[in-house]
Design a protein around this ligand. Structure first.
Ligand SMILES: [Mg+2]
Length: 382
């Protein structure tokens, strides 16, 4: 993979003719060049022109805040049968391009035959429902059981925007790999690959097992803490605003802020980061996120983990990434461009994506995970 390339447009619009990829699914984005070997150069900075002030301003505009925040609950419009029918038609039309991973399950497993599946899961909105209070984004016991079973069958990693400790607290399972702060804080296995890698430090996990910590943005920790404190202070008068320190990024949640005050939230955040040219602003679902300007994202975290786990050979490995957010698009894009794995977008509304398939909500994600376990057990028994 070329770490020098800029992934500044995670959501793409494409209308090229449908073609078949080696993954056996229609793809209008091919051909793509295959990604090369993982580069150890982790400190390439993203040019400010692409991810700097201009993006920050654009990202924090009210329109961007609205467009990045599709409703997660049914609105009153849905009570209107006509609107509901139109919405359903729009979703079904969208699913032609992004078929359900459940109805396409056979196609996925056919391609997985003879390969090892490596599973990557986002947390919020994928394993847990999006809730008003981000501290209450608990996953259900049923989901936890499903993740536990699937992780026994396939190498599984959780890649979240949350801090690694926080997402571990939510998931509470061992035998998984955890990447917090959008992949900027990875706890992975001790291997030669990670030993040779700069920014890897040997540590122990909560069970006392030896692990490697990979933190490409380590030098930003004091700056992130400083910005967190400033944002807490500057937004304390905005009712409903919540600032979360995710170790290598700071999240400003505006889910509970009255829409008429969203501009104030954006202005507050912009005012703070204006003094920090090495930080940039990105959008999640009703959240503004302040991150270091480094050439690192969830897509690079996937590549790093695959390399660390010795699973980077596309000929015998099938990575599957399930996520719901803009930040997951970086991972979808890596799999699509490498032509070696499947991105699955979790969404109940149509939106453009680099994913190949879709699932409507965490409930369907759970069904998909359960299906993978059954398939694995069935095929292993043959
Ligand atoms: Mg998410």
């Amino acid at each position: 993979m070329d770490l020098k390339s800029n992934h500044t447009a995670p959501v793409v619009a494409d209308s090229a003719p449908i073609s078949k990829s080696r993954l056996g699914v229609p793809s209008s984005l091919l051909p793509y060049s295959s990604s090369g070997a993982f580069s150890p150069n982790l400190f390439l900075t993203v040019p400010r022109k692409k991810n700097g002030i201009l993006d920050d301003i654009r990202a924090s505009s009210l329109d961007a805040m609205k467009s990045s925040s599709p409703p997660h609950k049914k609105t009153r419009d849905f009570n209107n049968d006509l609107v509901a029918a139109d919405t359903d038609v729009a979703y079904r039309t969208w699913m032609v391009k992004y078929p359900s991973a459940l109805t396409s399950f056979e196609q996925i497993t056919n391609f997985a035959k003879g390969k090892r599946i490596a599973l990557f899961l986002d947390y919020d909105g994928t394993l847990s429902p999006i809730v008003d209070n981000p501290d209450s984004a608990f996953m259900s016991n049923d989901m936890r059981a499903a993740v536990k079973k699937v992780a026994k069958c396939f190498p599984t990693a959780i890649i979240s925007g949350r801090s690694r400790d926080k997402v571990y607290e939510f998931v509470g399972l061992t035998d998984l790999y955890y990447a917090g702060s959008h992949g900027m804080d990875i706890m992975g296995p001790v291997t030669q690959f990670s030993d040779d890698h700069s920014n890897c430090i040997r540590s122990t996990d909560k069970q006392g097992k030896e692990v490697n910590l990979f933190q490409p943005a380590g030098e930003f920790l004091p700056m992130i803490d400083e910005v967190f404190n400033l944002l807490v202070n500057n937004t304390k008068e905005i009712q409903g605003a919540k600032v979360e320190n995710n170790k290598f990024c700071v999240s400003v949640h505006y889910r509970n802020v009255d829409e008429k005050n969203w501009t104030t939230v954006a202005q507050c955040v912009n005012k703070v980061i204006r003094s920090y040219p090495r930080l940039r602003l990105t959008h999640g679902r009703k959240v503004l996120e302040v991150r270091p300007v480094i050439n690192w994202d969830k897509g690079k975290a996937v590549t790093f983990l695959l390399e660390s786990l010795g699973l980077s050979n596309c000929d015998n490995v099938l990575p599957i990434y399930v996520g719901d957010d803009r930040t997951d698009e970086d991972a979808f894009k890596v799999l699509r461009e490498g032509n070696c794995g499947y991105g699955i977008l979790v969404s109940s509304v149509p939106k453009e994506s680099n994913a190949f398939f879709s699932l409507r909500d965490p409930q369907e994600v759970m069904e998909f995970l359960k299906s993978l376990v059954i398939w694995k057990k069935t095929t292993s028994a043959l």
